[in-house]
Design a protein around this ligand. Structure first.
Ligand code: ADP
Length: 483
């Protein structure tokens, strides 16, 4: 079985968030099951250098890809490398893929060209490469034009053989919404612009189109799979999702095996649930790095995109109260300028309690996970969340809002004897503070805390089960096609 993953970010080559982690790790797990899984991704700045450094045998395939867009022919070079046994095709066009951050602030026909080009490339790649996928597996709106084109593009709709399409929703809030004129520019039949097609309140909605045209839809946790069917959390697409429910499946994301404190090259001391000495040393190194005293005051980590989704509007008003309890907070992230300046201000005025690392710090994040005591994740919604899964692996106890994947993966230690985290439900600062206070009470009892940490570390959040679920879904979808 041959499966091509179409991913706008792929760790370790490029990463903005969890989608990059999943696109990097799922194909690897699928290959272990005997599936010929490959990836196609753009050469954002730095990607080819990373591929050269990490992959084996980075080679340029001789032909160029030519794609017709905005009544022009645009071309890219195709590079191929193999990272951790997974073949990756990297598309190089310095005009198109020069953006960092990868996702533009404002979506226009122009700013979306990289994604349109990259989606069409996924359909054309086989002609240059003589490797014909049975299934094309797309991730979020940047690759939504793949299934849409197989139905409505002026020539891809006649593609023969037609691959089956999978579409994974990593976040239903990001939909790829554009003005009507893009359809013509992209070669999409404007007759698709109906209420049962791409039309969404007078605009073109790529996510909606992908939900309608894909053969199979998946999303990344069971709880989120239910939530997106409701008007409160479906971001306007709950009706479409309810209609397409028979092809919607929930498969929990897994973690890359590289996220392990036993053999993580980026942490100074390895450790495991059996021997937590190394975690204590990592904690000391982290404290030293931050210029904080090595004492028992707990260290909370918050690492994420600074957006409304991640709960900063209930977390920031809690900072004074948290400081009074004597907690220390390390924030890592970038995004919304209001949250950014509030975090700078907190760190400037109370440097003994708050530290803020602005930006994306992949390597440092490993030490932060290993050296912190707790992770805070008060998300408004969370499709799956990999951050809490990584924290659990590294013995860092999550305090999370019970929503989406956080609800599916974190069990409250006060409510369940086998619990290994702390959860709260209302989306309020008060509920968050209650959750944190309960966590601190547990932290003050070293014997109990040790049990909580170790139970969390022993949870299996690998791809073992989930990759098999994908394999079953692939088989079933191909079987249906044959019938
Ligand atoms: P989302 O995909 O919504 O951003 P997830 O929890 O699914 O959130 O995944 C976030 C991933 O990105 C995790 O691997 C996390 O460690 C990483 N990450 C987020 N922000 C940063 C940052 N500022 N620096 C380094 N890694 C980050």
């Amino acid at each position: 079985m041959k499966v091509l993953h179409v991913a706008s970010e792929v760790a370790p080559l490029s990463k903005v968030g969890g989608l990059g982690d999943v696109a990097g790790s799922l194909p690897k797990a699928l290959r272990k099951l005997g599936i010929d899984a490959r990836i196609v991704t753009p050469a954002w700045p730095g990607v080819l250098d990373k591929a050269n450094e990490l992959g084996s045998n980075l080679v340029r395939l001789p032909p160029l890809l030519h794609i017709s867009l905005q009544w022009h022919v645009m071309s890219s070079k195709i590079w191929k490398t193999i990272i951790d046994d997974v073949p990756i095709y990297i598309l190089e066009n310095s005009d198109l893929f020069e953006n960092l951050p990868i996702y533009p602030e404002e979506l226009t026909g122009e700013s979306a060209l990289p994604f349109a080009f990259f989606s069409f490339s996924a359909l054309d790649l086989e002609q240059k490469n003589r490797w014909v996928p049975d299934i094309i597996h797309c991730h979020d709106w940047p690759s939504a034009l793949v299934p849409i084109s197989l139905k409505w593009h002026r020539f891809y709709r006649d593609k023969n053989p037609r691959p089956m399409t999978f579409f994974t929703i990593h976040n239903v809030a990001h939909q790829g919404i554009f003005p009507f004129h893009v359809l013509d520019e992209w070669g999409i039949d404007t007759r698709s612009f109906t209420i049962d097609g791409l039309e969404f309140y007078g605009h073109v909605n790529l996510l909606k189109g992908a939900l309608i045209t894909s053969d199979c839809i998946t999303t990344v946790s069971s709880r989120y799979g239910k939530e997106i069917l409701t008007p409160e959390m479906g971001y306007g697409l709950d009706g479409v999702l309810r209609k397409e429910k028979s092809k919607l499946h929930c498969v929990l994301n897994g973690l890359d095996p590289g996220w392990s404190p036993v053999h993580d090259p980026y942490i100074p001391f390895p450790f495991s649930a059996e021997n937590l000495e190394g975690k204590k040393h990592c904690r000391s190194v982290l404290l030293q790095h931050l210029g904080w005293k090595d004492n028992m005051a707990p260290i909370f980590l918050s690492i994420s995109r600074l957006t409304m989704q991640k709960g900063y509007d209930i977390l920031l008003p809690a900072l004074d109260a948290l400081r009074e309890i004597g907690i220390r907070f390390l924030f890592i992230g970038s995004g919304n300028p209001i949250f950014t300046s509030a975090l700078y201000e907190a760190a400037d005025s109370h440097p003994d309690n708050f530290a803020f690392k602005h930006g994306f710090h992949e390597e440092f994040s490993h030490l932060a996970y290993a050296g912190s005591d707790m992770l805070i994740m008060p998300s408004l919604f969370e499709p799956c969340g990999l951050t809490q899964l990584i924290a659990l692996q590294y013995g860092t106890v999550p305090v999370v809002r019970e929503t989406g994947g956080l609800a599916d993966t974190v069990r409250d230690a006060d409510d369940h004897p086998d619990g290994y985290g702390f959860t709260f439900i209302p989306y309020t600062t008060e509920a968050l503070l209650k959750g944190v206070r309960r966590a601190i009470n547990a932290y003050r009892d070293p014997f109990r805390w040790d049990g909580i940490v170790k139970r969390g570390m022993s949870k299996d959040f690998s791809w073992k089960v989930s990759s098999q679920l994908y394999q079953d879904l692939y088989h079933r979808t191909l079987e249906n096609k044959r019938r």
